[in-house]
Design a protein around this ligand. Structure first.
Ligand SMILES: O=C(O)c1cc(=O)[nH]c(=O)n1[C@@H]1O[C@H](COP(=O)(O)O)[C@@H](O)[C@H]1O
Length: 307
């Protein structure tokens, strides 16, 4: 089961965090950009391949620290065909280096179309990843084509309560005395029941923003067996003390994402003067270690540290 593989990696690395590979050209150090500007005539191609090299530096710097990476496809789509090639190469490189890949693609469509999306990402027709993010608002027949792959060692994380401010517009509305996100959570629980692995967790997980710790507490009660993917730590203001609520008492149950907070660490004042341009990846490594320690310390304080 995907979820048991994820838990195994989390335990091996003693780290319940994931680095979001969400590259922006302005994050890429000049020495890499110069190399690709010389190599390729078109701006799109040179930018995309510069981002690939930057991603590879990041993967090399964090592969012994984190269990997985979460590339968000929008940052690759923005560079067209070359961007998509770079997405595929990034996934391939991460897998070759022993990392699980949670592709953030947020798919959701009518069943027949969802089947094609599932084929593309979980069936390997475009690229084979370990899990993807899914949008639940089209209901059960839009989810089944993805959950069917959970029998084949794949997983999904379904949006329950997103980290952005405007998630309140729809997700917090009340229907029959419940918030919409609570109703979604009940569905996620039901959809995941068939896919519970050896550790008691389902390969059908939920996305809950780090920016809503109170909601996290509530949804932890609703979905005991769901693994939570928790974005919003760092750049969006979520803290280790906030995300502690996403873990169960067994110290498992959540994986916390940070993208900009890690992959742009070399641009922060804190590290800028410490590392040369060519050593940018050392700042990224240090930021990933600090995030791991920050979360583990908070778990320990709350008697939830597993290892
Ligand atoms: O599904 C996600 O990963 C996601 C859900 C959500 O509610 N909020 C959220 O920020 N994300 C993604 O998580 C990442 C957060 O990036 P940073 O804010 O840079 O750490 C981005 O890739 C977002 O698209």
């Amino acid at each position: 089961m995907f979820i048991d593989q994820l838990i195994k990696k989390i335990k091996e690395k003693k780290n319940p965090s994931v680095v979001g590979l969400d590259p922006r050209i302005e994050f890429v150090p000049q020495f890499i950009k110069d190399k690709y500007t010389e190599m390729y005539k078109t701006e799109n191609k040179s930018a995309a391949y510069a981002m690939l090299e930057y991603n590879k530096f990041i993967i090399d710097a964090i592969k012994d620290i984190v269990p997985c990476v979460k590339p968000q496809i929008a940052f690759y789509e923005a560079y067209g065909i070359e961007g998509l090639e770079v997405f595929k190469e990034t996934v391939k490189y991460a897998k070759e280096n022993g990392l699980l890949v949670l592709a953030d693609v947020k798919r959701g469509d009518i069943g027949s179309t969802a089947k094609a999306y599932a084929q593309a990402y979980l069936g390997g027709c475009f690229i084979e990843v370990d899990s993807i993010t899914v949008n639940p608002y089209l209901g059960e027949d839009s989810i089944t084509p993805f959950t069917e792959y959970c029998d084949l060692n794949k997983g999904i994380f379904i949006l329950a309560k997103t980290s952005n401010k405007s998630s309140e517009d729809l997700q917090d509305l009340i229907s029959e005395d419940k918030r919409i996100y609570e109703i979604v959570a009940e569905h996620i629980k039901k959809w995941g029941e068939k896919y519970i692995g050896d550790n008691g967790y389902s390969s059908v997980g939920a996305v809950i923003g780090a920016t809503y710790p109170e909601v996290m507490k509530r949804l932890r009660e609703v979905m005991k067996n769901a693994y939570f993917l928790v974005p919003g730590y760092g750049a969006q203001g979520g803290t280790a003390l906030d995300v502690v609520h996403s873990f169960n008492e067994d110290g498992l149950g959540a994986i916390i994402n940070s993208s900009r907070g890690i992959i742009a660490a070399h641009l922060k004042d804190k590290y800028k003067d410490k590392y040369k341009d060519e050593e940018f990846y050392l700042a990224i490594r240090q930021a990933a270690i600090e995030m791991r320690d920050d979360i583990n310390n908070a778990l320990e304080k709350n008697n939830k540290l597993y290892y």
